[in-house]
Design a protein around this ligand. Structure first.
Ligand code: BES
Ligand code: ZN
Ligand code: ZN
Length: 507
């Protein structure tokens, strides 16, 4: 894919489609005014006020995601003009631009366009031009992603048809704009890398294959990569990861990726920890068959942190970051761990097993202990941990449990820029009662109520004094239905937020 910033008069831009952004503004109770971006205004006057007329006739309102196609009939060099609605001015944020760009790009990909020019933002709007351009390219690359590698006949011959994206700007050579484009490309590519890992079927993406893909990526980007095997886990006392893995024929792995952006610094840096269950059957406490196939996505936390390292390695912030990924399958078998077992985690604490389907907290407990032992802080873990968070927040927001106010605010702010929502959830100590055990240090589960919270309270036992945030992405990692801005399947949630968080902490 060829991607460039360009600086040209709208009438001479040669492409299959020129995409313009249009917002609206409420005036009084009923009426709304159409707000044309600078470039939309120029096109409107070249076409004799066509866009305004369509608006006045009620054909187009400028709502977010609304789209009309105009055929300029040789009045412009562009073959088609797409007018994209960005919604109301007060609610317009980078996410509106990201979504609109994705919708337009997907539509154009399916309707025969190859070379497209995006001009969704406007310097006349009070939204930062660099952030807008970044969102514009992110939206396009995220929207164009498909997962069709196992389909022999591609039903739509136009797919993957877009070969060139130009981004129209007033000053194409400005350094900050070019950096914004580079960031957008790096963040979108990293997100799509994570989506690919999650979309892969579980017979292909085993723990061994996940480790292989992480180490290949690490080599490509100059990251340090270390993969611990079962013997090394035994030496470290990783009883949680070993316990969960003992029912599987696939060997478990503990993946460590290190990025040293501040090699002179005393500070060990940030830890990103991801749950890497490549398939979760529930183990002896077997899940019901409905929807079990979706448990190939139970490594979306792992994909998010590996994806974030992909972006971090590409953008090179001056800070140290380590990703830790405990990865295994959770299978039932004659060698599987059982309800009633007691496991000893790396930090010495014991857990009484009551339901082998609550495996994520066990593998994370070892990884969090490893992070603490290695002096990493803050620690951010990402996991498809509980059905409870899906009940609470659905697929719109991820749940965030955090023991430090600054860390929590920084994650929410990074998410806002990147179009990902994290909602603060409680870590109140009264929830501890539910996970008390008579025979071990902790009981593995706290019953059916507040299950996302009691799961987080278990993790809290393994973070020592570190600043820590736990992101439960069980509802946001995957979408079942096709959206106009996105293919169904993996979303790559948290990749961009984690990368943006790290970039900001490096400043
Ligand atoms: N991987 C699941 C959580 C999950 C549920 C992810 C739905 C995505 C969609 C996790 O390992 C699990 O099974 N959790 C159980 C724990 C329970 C047995 C205490 C849950 O939340 O139901
Ligand atoms: Zn489970
Ligand atoms: Zn799971």
């Amino acid at each position: 894919m060829e991607i460039h910033l360009i600086e040209q008069r709208v009438e001479v831009i040669q492409c299959d489609a020129l995409v313009l952004g249009v917002s609206n503004n409420k005036v009084g109770q009923q009426r709304k005014d159409l707000l044309l971006s600078e470039k939309a205004m120029e096109v409107d006057s070249l076409l004799g006020g066509l866009i305004q007329t369509m608006y006045e006739d009620g054909e187009f309102k400028g709502e977010l995601g609304e789209m009309v196609t105009l055929h300029p009939m040789n009045k412009l060099a562009a073959k088609r003009v797409i007018v994209m609605g960005l919604g109301s001015r007060e609610k317009m944020y980078t996410q509106s631009i990201r979504r609109a760009s994705a919708i337009a790009s997907r539509h154009l990909q399916q309707t025969g366009a190859h070379q497209i020019t995006l001009a969704l933002h406007s310097e006349t709007w009070d939204i930062d031009v660099n952030n807008s351009i970044q969102a514009e390219i992110e939206g396009a690359l995220l929207g164009l992603y498909t997962f069709k590698k196992y389909k022999q006949s591609n039903t739509n011959g136009n797919e993957r048809g877009i070969t060139r994206i130009h981004l129209l700007a007033n000053h194409a050579s400005e350094t900050s704009l070019n950096l914004a484009v580079d960031r957008g490309i790096a963040l979108a590519e990293a997100t799509n890398f994570a989506r690919e890992l999650v979309n892969e079927p579980p017979n292909v993406l085993t723990p061994t294959e996940l480790a292989h893909r992480a180490s290949t990526m690490a080599k490509q980007f100059g990251l340090e990569c270390q993969v611990l095997d079962r013997t090394e886990m035994q030496e470290l006392g990783m009883g949680g990861l070993l316990g969960v893995s003992q029912g599987s024929a696939e060997p478990p792995k503990f993946i460590i990726l290190r990025y040293l952006g501040a090699p002179e610094s005393e500070n060990q840096g940030i830890a990103l920890v991801g749950k890497g269950i490549t398939f979760d059957t529930g183990g002896i406490s077997l899940k019901s068959p409905e929807g079990m196939h979706q448990m190939k996505g139970d490594m979306a936390g792992a994909a998010a942190v590996i994806g974030a390292m992909h972006a971090i390695a590409a953008l090179k912030p001056a800070i140290n970051v380590t990703a830790l990924v405990p990865t295994t399958e959770n299978m039932p078998s004659g060698t599987a761990y059982r309800p009633g077992d007691i496991l000893r985690i790396m930090n010495g604490k014991t857990i009484e097993i009551v339901n082998t389907d609550a495996e994520g907290r066990l593998v994370l407990a070892d990884a969090l202990s490893y992070a603490v032992k290695n002096g990493l802080s803050p620690i951010i873990d990402v996991a498809t941990l509980t059905g409870g968070i899906v009940v609470a927040l659905g697929s719109v927001m991820s749940g965030m449990f955090c023991n430090d106010q600054d860390l929590s605010s920084d994650i929410i702010a990074a998410g806002q820029i990147e179009g990902e929502k994290f909602w603060p959830m409680p870590l109140d100590d009264e929830y501890k009662e539910a996970i008390q055990s008579d025979i071990a240090d902790i009981k593995q589960t706290g019953g059916k109520y507040a299950s996302a919270v009691t799961a987080a309270k278990i993790l809290e036992h393994f973070v020592g004094d570190a600043h820590w945030a736990h992101l439960d992405i069980a509802g946001t990692d995957f979408i079942d239905s096709k959206k106009p801005y996105q293919e169904h399947g993996a979303t790559g949630v948290a990749v961009r937020t984690l990368a943006e968080f790290v970039l900001r902490r490096a400043k």
